[in-house]
Structure formats: C-alpha cells, structure tokens
Design a protein around this ligand. Structure first.
Ligand code: ADP
Ligand code: MG
Ligand code: ZN
Length: 488
C-alpha cells in the first residue's frame, strides 16, 4: 500500500518591536481601541511624500538572520509589490523581492537541519474590520515593520512544523526583536504542505508533490489542526487517483476545515520593481560583526549549558529556557550559594531551588513574572530560604508559609520565621511538656496503644503536631512519646 509523507514549508511574518514605523516617524503601536490615530501622510501613501528607512528594523532583521545562521549579502534593496486591496493605502507594499537581507540559514530541530531560505523586511498592511453590510479600515498597523522568514520545504511532520514555529518564537523573544504574541498578530504563520508517496526509498531525489498554502492560522493549535486536516484531505484526493490543485486555502476555526480561497498567484502578477524612493543598502563586514556581537545566548545554547552546569533534568531545563526570566533568576539564586560547598551539597541546594521555583513560587506568581516590579523576593533571600530547608531548620509545611510571607513583603526568611515563631522546636524538654499534656487529655488513645494499636500512636503524634502548630520535629516527637508511654 502507498503511504504518504507530509512535506511542509513555513512562511512566518513577525511584527518588529521598533519605536517607530518602517518608513515614517509614526509610533509603532497598532492600538486597536483607537483606530487611525498612529498615521501620517507617509504611511497613508499620500502623493509626493518620501519614505525613510528605519535603521533599527534593518538591524533587527539582520540580528535574526544571524541567529538563524544566515548569510548577510553585502547588498540589499527594497522592491514594490503591486496589488490592490483596501488595507493597502499606497496600492503597493514596500517589500524585498530578489535581494533579501538574509539568506541560506538553518535551524536545528531535534537534531534535524531545517533550512531557512530567506529572511526579509517589508511593511505591514492596515486592518480590515468586516461588519454586516460594510467594512471599516484601521491604518494604525499600516507601515509597521514586518519581517518575513521563509523555510525550505524541509519539515516532515506536523509536530516538527509546530516545534520549528515555537523555537523561532522563542528565539525572537531572546533576541528582543518582537514579543511574537500570536494572539496579537505579532507572529503569523502560513503553512505550505504537500504529500509525497513513500512506496520506495529514493524519495529524497524525487520531485515534490503539489503544495497548498494555508492562511489564517491564529495559534499553534490552529497550525496543528489545519495541517492535520489538510494532510488527510490531500491523502483522500491522491488515493482516489486525482490531483491536488495548487491553491491558497484558509483555515476555518469553526468548521474545523481549510476552505479554498484562491488559486495560486505568480510573482509576475505583482509586477515587482525596485523601490525608486529608497536607496539600496550596503553593509560592511564590521557593521555585520557589530550586530552579531549583540546576539545574546540563544535557547539551544542555554539548554545545553543549564543541563551541564546545574545537572538539571530535561523538563526543568525546558521550564527555565521557556521562562527566560525565571531561568535567569534561578541562576542568580544559585550564585548566592557559598562557593566553598561540597559538590554534593551544592547539587542538593540547586535541586531544592529549582523545585521551589518551578512549583511553589509559580503558584504564588499566578502567571506574573519574576522580573516584574511587584516581585519582591531577592535572589539572596531565596537562596537563604533554600538553605534553611536543606539544613532542616524548617519543615516543608513551614517552608510554604515562609515563602508566602517572603512573597508578600519581600522580608528575608529568618525574619519571617522569627516574627511568626515558625522555627522548628528542637528543644526536647519543651516537646516533652507538650507530649505529657497530650497524653493526659487522650487517655483512651493511651489505652489503645497499650493494647497494641499502632494507629493510636499516629493519633497521638498528630495531636502533638497540632498543639505545636506543626513546628515540632516529628522524629523527636515520636521518640519522646515512646519514652513517656513506656514509663506509664
Ligand atoms: P512560491 O513561489 O509559491 O512562493 P516558494 O518556493 O517561494 O513558493 O515557497 C513558498 C513556501 O512553500 C516555502 O516555505 C517553501 O518551503 C514551501 N514549499 C515549496 N514547495 C513545497 C512543496 N512541494 N511542499 C510543501 N511546501 C513547499
Ligand atoms: Mg510566498
Ligand atoms: Zn506614518
């Protein structure tokens, strides 16, 4: 039986977080509540105006390209892409056709090399709002710098396509070039998919099948659903001996289906030509190297380093890589531990710090970030807190209460423990006094214990713990209870 292998290529648009728009000084703010406030004659395409290139946007694209192992040609220019649509005030979009800022890169996804064909710079269009029998247009978004990445058709599964898009989003955030929030339209993914019969093993050299481009994907979930739907649809067509038509289809969330939008347009339909109002760009090696030097540690490097340096598990590592601020906080906490500790002790502290950051602290943060102004716990206090737990000065129950106090007030943990009288009771004389009180109040349990009922002892330990508000060390309580009961 013939099996089909999906072949996927992605085109991803990213709104860059520059201060101003791509070719004018309007604020880069798509403010959807106040339409048509961030506009001017340039981004509205009035006659006689001249665009000026936003240098920050160019640098951000090059930075992204370098992070994706791209080559940066010395020469690049902008081109006009002509088409008519009501959200495009000039009647053309300034884009890049044959000389993109970045070419021939790649991104490793689970050990497989996914080639990046190009990354170029263009401008965003306006936003159309469709009412019942009329449409509105908001030009706040028109002219916002838009970066486009195009992959080669190297992705071989829906999962891999999703992973690529997610990893790219994370890289954009590490680079600080975009928030890349899909819900806000800052990251827009279009997926191209075709099927290849895999009845023989020489598929690499065989021609690719006819592809379909899917638009209107507003979330990673939509990307996955749309690709799965489309793969199944194409499979049915091919199994029936028919041919897939090359076209653009839109994902319809409500119907859970892709619907035909239009047949494929060709490059010549757009009558591309060099933008006469903008000078071409030329870069020296020094300029490129200066941008490269600004690239921070990227997610893949950080994954490797965190695992190696702190001996973290995959899940922990991923949590700290995805939640960049928390990962950086974790490293600050660890750096507060004394340098002279034995390797074993240090690893124990690291493990505890990681656990408390990933579980208890997340519960308190409720989605907020440790880099926010409201977050009051200093790395120094957090490390002190972890040491108290490791040295068994506080129980896990008291640790919870202490952390809550630290979170609310920013006070250091020993202060909170003192103030709330939370420190563990280790004074045996004091504990013995409470044990005797509990015994005198619970004669029935004492009798049960003498009859050999083990449960009765557990009950008595529980009573002592309640009387000390959880502060007594349970091991000491058990020891003293045994001692006192034996004497009775
Ligand atoms: P077009 O000329 O239609 O824009 P491109 O070659 O520029 O086509 O590719 C556009 C996108 O489609 C790229 O992401 C590319 O990887 C992908 N693509 C090209 N051919 C195929 C195919 N046969 N199957 C799946 N994706 C493809
Ligand atoms: Mg295209
Ligand atoms: Zn403007």
């Amino acid at each position: 039986m013939v099996k089909y292998q999906p072949v996927i290529g992605l085109e991803i648009h990213v709104e860059l977080n520059t201060k101003s728009k791509m070719f004018c000084s309007c604020p880069n703010d798509p403010d959807e509540r106040h339409p048509n406030v961030n506009i001017c004659p340039i981004c509205l395409g009035h006659p006689g105006v001249l665009p000026v290139i936003n240098e920050e946007a160019v640098k951000k694209v090059i930075k992204t390209g370098l992070a994706l192992n791209c080559k940066i040609p010395e020469y690049s220019k902008f081109d006009r892409k002509n088409y008519f649509y009501p959200d495009l005030p000039k009647g053309y979009q300034i884009s890049q056709y044959d000389t993109p800022l970045c070419e021939d890169g790649f991104l490793m996804i689970n050990g497989r090399k996914i080639r990046v064909k190009r990354v170029h710079l263009e401008e965003d269009t306006g936003r159309l709002i469709h009412e019942k029998d009329y449409s509105l247009v908001d030009f706040n978004r028109a002219g916002i710098p838009l970066m486009e990445l195009v992959t080669e058709p190297d992705l071989r599964s829906v999962k891999e396509a999703r992973k690529f898009a997610e990893e790219f989003q994370l890289i954009l955030r590490y680079l600080g070039v975009s928030n890349a929030d899909m819900e806000k339209g800052q990251l827009r993914v279009e997926a191209n998919v075709s099927l290849q019969a895999t009845s023989d093993k020489r598929q690499v050299t065989r021609e690719l099948g006819t592809k379909v481009e899917i638009k209107n994907l507003n979330s990673f979930r939509a990307l996955v659903r749309a690709l799965n739907y489309e793969i199944e649809r194409q499979e049915k067509i091919l199994k029936a001996g028919k041919k897939v038509i090359q076209e653009t289809r839109g994902w319809n969330e409500i119907r859970g289906a892709t619907l035909s939008q239009r047949e494929k347009e060709e490059a010549h339909d757009y009558r591309y030509f060099p933008e006469p109002d903008l000078p071409p760009l030329r870069f020296t090696k020094e300029e490129i190297e200066k941008i490269r030097a600004e690239i921070p540690e990227l997610p893949q490097q950080r994954r490797k380093r965190l695992k190696k340096e702190y001996k973290l598990k995959n899940l922990e590592t991923e949590f700290f890589v995805q939640n960049k601020d928390l990962g950086e906080y974790f490293e600050k906490v660890v750096s507060e531990f004394e340098p002279g500790l034995s390797h074993e002790k240090l690893l124990k502290l690291i493990k505890l710090a990681s656990n408390y950051l990933i579980t208890d602290l997340q519960g308190l943060l409720k989605g907020a970030s440790v880099s926010g102004e409201d977050f009051l716990i200093t790395p120094e206090n957090f490390s002190e807190f972890v040491i108290l737990i490791a040295e068994e000065k506080i129980s896990s129950k008291i640790a919870k209460i202490t952390l809550e106090g630290m979170f609310k007030t920013g006070a250091d943990p020993s202060h909170i423990i003192e103030e709330k009288e939370l420190s563990l009771m280790i004074d045996e004389v004091e504990i013995e006094k409470i044990v005797k009180e509990v015994i005198s109040k619970n004669q029935k349990a004492v009798l049960d214990f003498k009859k050999g009922k083990e449960n009765a002892l557990q009950f008595l330990i529980g009573q002592v713990m309640t009387a000390t508000r959880g502060r007594a060390n349970p091991k000491i309580v058990s020891k003293i209870l045994h001692k006192v009961l034996r004497k009775l």
